[in-house]
Design a protein around this ligand. Sequence first.
Ligand code: GAP
Length: 448
Amino acid sequence: MVENLMDKIVSLCKRRGFIFQGSEIYGGLANTWDYGPYGVELKNNLKKAWWKANVQERNDILGMDCAILMHPKVWEASGHVHNFFDLKSDCKNCKKRFKSADLKDPTKCPECSGQLTEARPFNLMFKTYQGPVEETGNEIHLRPETAQGMFVNFLNILDARHPKLPFGLAQIGKSFRNEITPGNFTFRTREFEQMEIEYFVNPQDADQALSEWIQSRFNWYLNLGIKSENLRKRQHGKDELAHYAHACMDIEYRFPFFATNHGESAENRGGGWAELEGVANRSDFDLKQHAQYSGKDLQYFDDLKKEKFYPYIIEPSGGVDRAVLAFLIDAYQEEKVKDDTRVVLKLNKELAPVKVAILPLLRNRPEIVELAKNISRDLKKSWMAVYDDTGSIGKLYRRQDEVGTLYCVTVDVQTLEDKQVTVRSRDTMLQERINIEGLKSYLIEKLT
Ligand code: GAP
């Protein structure tokens, strides 16, 4: 049943143009995914909502967009060269590779029961070469997290903007990890987007800031519509903490695919719960490391107390693709309507890819089509709106429900006489007659 749910979501994503298999016409490149027309709208809306809550609406956070390629010393200083490993074992028989943390029996292949090699460390950073010569001196890594770009710009930000503690930097961007076991659709991939905040605080305020950020990030998911029964917080045990972290709380979502997996793995701690976002206290590790490796003074000067110190960093770090997946799963509903089943994505109004669809009731009546196109042209100035005349009205409604469109505006014969359209709500399926003149104000009220 649950596997069935994921099959349905993956199929809807392809059928309606949310997410496609990457390089599909060549047989696909495993675990790569391309966002289609509705997928990119949903993803952009999610990023906009994050930016609005964490940058636009706050006085203490500044946005950034840093390079993916960084100086090789960054990854030595950050600890990624020495610590960013997963232990892996290879099957001597079927040659498949497994993450040791996911294995029930570290000696036996879970696929063919063949013998596994000893667990060996495997660095997760993607390596490439800068410039035309492929030699060791030109080796460079694709960033495995966006965080480091913000740490190495700490001085630039102090010089350019003179922020006072506490303040934060925020960034959304691609990260790359050569994961041993990617999978579960877009949950774990090798190329993904992160949305990260690095919040610099006086060390004595770190605990308080950590709990405030945990609550703020938890509420963000709830406010955007994730059902409370599918969201929880989970404290990291000492053995799980990353090399830089003093403390970390995961915000977890109940993903259906983990609920059907047997056994516990790094991602599956029972009942389907898995990490959506981590909120960590990174202490002063990062600034101290970069100060040491770069030779620059990365301390903060408190001009009231006339003292210098390394701030602590509180880091809420979420995955864009993983959040998109959680919102899709959470919004998916099947409803019985008379003898039929209506599939509807009940996405929150901020996230829904399309806010309004304009549908002419009769596509062979040029006056109706023209009027509908005019209305669509006008609404598109304010919202993501679509015009669709490629089916019967019943089919068009179902299609819009499946992609989560909030309102459908129908132009019919009567509209030509009374200048009114029918507006149908996705959630209630109730219909209202609205004057064309007042349509925009009606939608502003509903959508704002
Ligand atoms: N800077 C801290 C950091 O990167 P992380 O827990 O490794 O922490 C943060 O990653 C978030 O990035 C995760 O909670 C998850 O949402 C997302 N993420 C990490 N690896 C991912 C992957 N391979 N595929 C998709 N999302 C991933």
